[in-house]
Write a protein that binds this ligand. Structure first.
Ligand code: GUN
Ligand code: ZN
Length: 438
């Protein structure tokens, strides 16, 4: 039996990078998306669809359908400490992040958080994510299990850290290597899951551990490498002190073979021209984390410079330093960060950073990122009327991209009416949710 579903809604998605190609944002006022066996078969104006008699029609007319949102950097163990007062990065890690991560030594608690986290992703319209776990191998296992259960496209890995943090959060180069290897064998490529070798950042790994991370990266070229880079001035000074022979922070990672395709570096706020060029040349990507960078006072991301250098960039929440799991809110905050740097982020640019651009940054754009036929059916149905003010404001708009801009300025999880994950519908009002859905 085939499973054919026709979704009716207005549609916005990026066919290309709007910063580089005219007509990159496709807007369809009375649109339809045909889904068959978890894949997108056709997208376009409803008036041009033919041969849809056998499809079940789900009528979301009046709502805006966009591709599934992609969070390029987030920490699930930090859900307990979002919005913790008063510190910059290094003190925030000591005072809030590490104590929260210690709690995941308890596997039962880790599973509870992982379940909450993946359900919150779906509630926010996020269908793909690159996620930090903790140093505990089981923290990655329980997250992968939760994601597999909901069919999310999720990339994660156990954190590697052997110094500079509480004793109970440390592993050793040998143990980190062995546990990462076992996790790669168990999870990488299973369903829509992928593995990321995850040294936390240069300050929490010895040279021996970075060396063993590099060995894993060589042995498994198609797994991801996920870490932090150049977020905070004090952090950067400490890295210069810890690695006195290294010409830059990025060069520490480069020396150990960690600068490559499928390397994703969170933040990238304080890089020089040479670093940006190296990242572009090696095919590494930057994760832009506006709510986190504002919250910790870390600095302002320079998207214009990344674009000029050709560095792939995707948007990210970085919860728990980031203050929301909502990619809509993150798009709105990205707009404000760039405004402070005299740059303007159009609604098309913002959508790109949270969908196709993010998919390119993660190297998953053959599967997801927009609504092209053949891609996995990941999309979100946004309802401005979910709150009175957003509904009122949207009623004043004329075009779909204006509507999108209002949604990224005022919107959050309340405006996510439904999320389709690999063809499976999660509708908060349950009206359409099939027997597999939430
Ligand atoms: N640098 C190293 N670890 C972290 C973390 O957990 N959050 C953020 N924002 N930066 C980091
Ligand atoms: Zn982070």
């Amino acid at each position: 039996m085939t499973d054919r579903t026709l979704y009716l809604a207005s549609i916005a998605h990026c066919l290309e990078d709007p910063g580089r190609a005219a007509g990159a944002l496709e807007l369809i006022a009375d649109g339809a998306v045909l889904v068959e066996n978890g894949r997108i078969v056709e997208v376009g104006p409803l008036s041009r669809f033919s041969g849809i008699e056998s499809a079940e029609v789900l009528d979301y007319s009046g709502l805006l359908l966009i591709p599934g949102l992609i969070d390029c950097h987030v920490h699930y163990p930090q859900l307990d400490i979002i919005g913790s007062f008063g510190e910059e990065l290094l003190d925030w890690l000591e005072r809030y992040a590490y104590p929260a991560e210690l709690r995941l030594a308890d596997e039962v608690y880790a599973r509870e958080l992982a379940d909450l986290f993946v359900d919150e992703l779906i509630a926010n319209g996020t269908t793909s994510a690159l996620v930090f776990a903790t140093v505990h191998a089981h923290s990655a296992d329980v997250l992968f299990e939760a994601a597999l259960d909901r069919d999310l496209r999720l990339i994660s890995g156990k954190v590697l850290m052997d110094r500079g943090a509480p004793e109970a959060l440390l592993d050793t180069p040998a143990r980190g290597y062995a546990e990462s290897r076992a996790l790669i064998e168990r999870w990488h490529g299973r369903g829509r899951l992928g593995y990321a070798i995850t040294p936390r950042y240069a300050l929490t790994s010895s040279e021996a551990q970075l060396e063993s991370a590099g060995r894993l990266a060589r042995e498994y070229p198609d797994v991801w490498l996920h870490t932090h880079l150049a977020e905070n001035r004090r952090e950067i000074d400490a890295v210069a002190e810890a690695f006195p022979d290294s010409p830059s922070y990025l060069a520490v990672y480069e020396r150990f073979g960690l600068l490559r395709e499928r390397s994703v570096f969170a933040h990238c706020l304080h890089l020089d021209e040479r670093d940006c060029k190296s990242m572009a040349r090696r095919g590494a990507a930057a994760a832009f984390c506006p709510t986190s960078n504002l919250f910790l006072g870390s600095g302002l991301f320079d998207l214009g410079r990344m674009r000029t250098a050709g560095v792939k960039t995707g948007l990210a929440t970085d919860v728990g330093a980031g203050t929301s799991l909502s990619m809509l809110r993150t798009m709105g905050e990205a707009y404000k960060v760039l405004k402070l740097g005299d740059q303007v982020l159009s609604p098309a640019d913002a959508l790109y950073l949270a969908t196709l651009g993010a998919a390119r940054a993660l190297g998953i754009d053959a599967e997801v990122g927009n609504l092209e036929a053949g891609k996995e059916a990941d999309f979100v149905l946004l309802d401005a009327d979910a709150t009175r003010l957003a509904g009122h404001r949207v009623a004043q708009t004329g075009t779909l991209d204006e509507r999108l801009f209002v949604l990224m300025t005022l919107g959050d999880d309340r405006h996510v009416r439904a999320t389709v994950v690999n063809g499976r519908l999660f509708d908060k009002q349950d009206r359409h949710t099939d027997s597999n859905g939430a």
